[in-house]
Write a protein that binds this ligand. Structure first.
Ligand SMILES: [Fe+2]
Length: 228
């Protein structure tokens, strides 16, 4: 992806989050200079736990069709999960345009609540996993939707309205897209490990290669190593 495209996407995201009165933590607005003025030792939680902007087109080169712009607000780590103490949780915010999709995937460890926080409808498609870990096209998915047990046919399309959420347990394949208008989506989950805990149905690129055609207005989580 080109840096200019990433800068534009972040501008769109900030505008949309603002419109819904969702204010990011301070590091969401830091420019390169702000980052460089920080003592790195004091911000290792941000860097090590990959907090901040995370944009990908999953390698399809068409972000507005298949892509996601996420802001990770908080995140624990895997050691805390093993210990069962400390910060074991995570929170993310993202948005999806109409018909922009996140490809079907599941997680080995992470349980996540996906929440429609406002705007349009959030389209969802789910499958259970078979024993070999691939999607099961024959069994219904039973899950908690805002505390209520609900059942969906495999691959059925359903829509979460603003305020609604579902709980996705490990092994449930999920695909999302924006429907009717741009949608603001929240995720509250077990600590997140995007390098090791994602299983996509199709092979995708999780983090993009970036062509530096202009300066970054904000850093992505994948920029921390090279810019700081
Ligand atoms: Fe997920």
């Amino acid at each position: 992806m080109k840096r200019s495209e990433i800068n534009n996407i972040i501008t769109e995201a900030k505008k949309f989050f603002n419109k819904h009165n969702f204010i990011l933590p301070p590091f969401g607005y830091w420019n390169l200079n702000d980052w460089k003025q920080k003592n790195k030792d004091n911000i290792d939680e941000i860097i090590d736990r990959s907090l901040g902007w995370d944009i990908t087109d999953f390698g399809y080169n068409n972000f507005w069709e298949t892509g996601i712009c996420v802001f990770t607000i908080r995140n624990g780590n895997q050691e805390n999960i093993k210990k069962g103490s400390g910060k074991t949780y995570a929170e993310k915010l993202f948005f999806l345009e109409v018909d922009q999709k996140v490809p079907s995937h599941t997680h080995y460890v992470k349980i996540e609540d996906v929440i429609n926080r406002g705007g349009g409808l959030l389209g969802v498609e789910l499958f259970n996993s078979k024993e070999d870990g691939t999607p099961d096209h024959s069994s219904n998915v039973i899950l908690s939707k805002d505390g209520e047990k609900v059942e969906f046919s495999p691959g059925e399309h359903f829509y979460l309205k603003p305020g609604e959420s579902i709980t996705l347990v490990p092994g449930v394949y999920h695909k999302f897209w924006g429907s009717s208008e741009k949608v603001l989506v929240g995720e509250v989950s077990l600590a997140n490990d995007d390098v090791n805990d994602n299983v996509f149905v199709e092979e995708v690129g999780r983090f993009p290669e970036i062509e530096e055609d202009e300066d970054p207005t904000h850093l992505l989580i994948t920029d921390y190593d090279s810019f700081l």
